[in-house]
Design a protein around this ligand. Structure first.
Ligand code: URP
Ligand code: ZN
Ligand code: ZN
Length: 471
């Protein structure tokens, strides 16, 4: 199957030009000003942007968490992603207590099998090095294409690890070339604050934020940075929400340390006041780190503009408000932490980032596709439009007006973090390795088309499939 995409405005992290893109055998094989080639299908992209498929390095599909399981499985979550212009994501495979990493990965592969609509890789979330996985097993994972180790410095009594586990994992990463990712909050201090608040009868959703002050995120971010320096590994700080965490990352990058960070769409738009919404509506915004004081949003925009933060992910961790979040009606600590977001990242960042002049189109592509692909061993197969790259392509209509709503989104969640927001600019067609996934409002592909991607080690390139086979 060959596809010719004609006359679009091709935008990568570096380029912006009018051109034709020819796709053969799942990959981009020609790019030119006016290509004279026969194709099985020709798509007129005049007036549209031709963007690389977005890459989301932070999602939680079909994940047991907070006494329940996230409401989007691989099929519904990836459908939501596809409609939002995301064609590849890296999901967290969580090691259950006592489980080996191999067992955890087998479980997660089972979750995606037959349900996949886009490509994905896995990070391994290390929770237990005492009775479950061993350091030797961890060291072998990059050979299976699992090239990032995630550690939670919070969620005491559940996913949280101590500094010994964190540091030993960092040392393994320094040896194997994996990237260490941290959820950086001081889980011990937060646990004290949560128990005290509950003992004082403070049960409403807003106490989720009031018991996780930004200093606890700043402290853990700095601790992880310093430990990574001692271990000699590369570090990636997930879901940065506030100035207290941006500052140590900015310092690290100024010093030339191998430290990288992301924020998520919601931190740029949702602030602490959302948690105060009446009638338990605040529970919709209970995710971790929590929505912060509004002034942090300017700090985050500035950080993504200046490359202190290199990625905007979604941390898609969707629950039902009515039926799952309600577990915490009388106790904020029982509200499952997380929210939906896979579908609206590109729309929100394009409208409020690019249209409103906060970032350029090139920077948008860099933040949503190229940088996540580079940092997570997917580039140049993913994250750009280039000869040899997978033909993961978004035909984006910059004039298409959409009102974001749970009534029309494809996540199974019964609410949307950006409900009622009007945006101008939305994907019109989405291709995965040359196959049309989404056309207008229709999903035209069948579950099963997505592939598991074995990622390269940090700092290494993922060769296009044909080149890897030939070498
Ligand atoms: O609230 C969140 N972010 N839920 C997902 C787990 C995590 O901490 O990333
Ligand atoms: Zn987290
Ligand atoms: Zn997360």
């Amino acid at each position: 199957m060959s596809v010719l995409i004609k006359g679009g405005r091709v935008i990568t992290a570096a380029d912006d030009y009018l051109g034709d893109v020819f796709v053969e055998d799942e990959r981009i094989s020609l790019i030119g000003e006016s290509l004279d080639v026969q194709a099985d299908r020709t798509i007129d992209a005049s007036g549209k942007y031709v963007l690389p498929g977005c890459v989301d390095p932070h999602t939680h599909l079909d994940m047991p968490f907070g006494g329940t399981v996230t409401i989007d499985d691989f099929e519904s979550g990836q459908t939501s992603a596809a409609f939002g212009g995301t064609t590849c994501h890296v999901d967290f495979c969580i090691q259950a207590a006592g489980q080996s990493f191999g067992e955890a990965l087998e479980t997660w592969h089972g979750k995606r099998e037959g349900r996949s609509l886009i490509d994905n890789g896995f990070h391994i979330a290390v929770t237990d090095l005492r009775e479950g996985g061993t350091l030797e097993e961890l060291a072998a994972l990059p050979d299976q294409g699992v090239t990032s180790y995630k550690l939670f410095m919070a969620y005491k009594g559940a996913l949280m690890v101590d500094d010994e586990t964190l540091f030993k994992t960092m040392e393994v990463a320094a040896e194997t070339g994996a990237l260490v990712m941290v959820h950086a909050e001081n889980g011990d201090a937060i646990d004290v604050l949560v128990k005290r608040a509950l003992a004082e009868g403070k049960t409403e959703p807003r106490y989720h934020a009031l018991t996780r002050p930004p200093e606890t995120e700043g402290e853990a971010t700095n601790r992880a940075i310093q430990l990574a320096r001692v271990a000699g590994c590369a570090l990636y700080v997930v879901h940065v929400s506030c100035k207290e965490a941006v500052d140590p990352i900015a310092r690290a990058r100024t010093e030339g340390w191998d430290v990288h960070g992301e924020t998520c769409t919601q931190y740029l738009f949702v602030d602490y006041s959302f948690l105060e919404r009446p009638d338990f509506e605040g529970a919709k915004y209970v995710y971790t780190p929590p929505p912060r004081a509004k002034e942090n949003q300017d700090v985050l925009w500035s950080a993504v503009r200046n490359d202190v933060l290199s990625v905007i992910s979604t941390d898609h961790c969707a629950f039902l408000w009515d039926g799952q979040k309600t577990a915490g009606k009388d106790d904020f600590s029982k509200i499952p932490n997380g929210g939906p977001g896979l579908e609206n990242r590109l729309q929100m960042i394009h409208h409020f980032g690019v249209r409103e002049g906060r970032i350029t189109l090139n920077r948008m592509v860099e933040l949503l596709a190229t940088n996540p692909a580079k940092l997570f061993g997917l580039y140049p197969r993913k994250g750009t439009i280039a000869v040899g790259s997978d033909a993961d392509i978004v035909i984006f209509d910059p004039g298409r007006r959409v009102t974001i709503s749970a009534a029309t989104h494809h996540s199974r969640s019964d609410y949307n973090l950006f409900e009622g927001t009007e945006v101008e600019g939305s994907p019109e067609m989405v291709l995965l390795r040359g196959q049309v996934l989404v056309e207008g409002d229709e999903l035209v592909a069948q579950a099963g088309v997505g592939q598991f991607v074995k990622r390269a080690r940090f700092g290494e390139e993922l060769k296009p499939a044909h080149a890897a086979a030939a070498s």
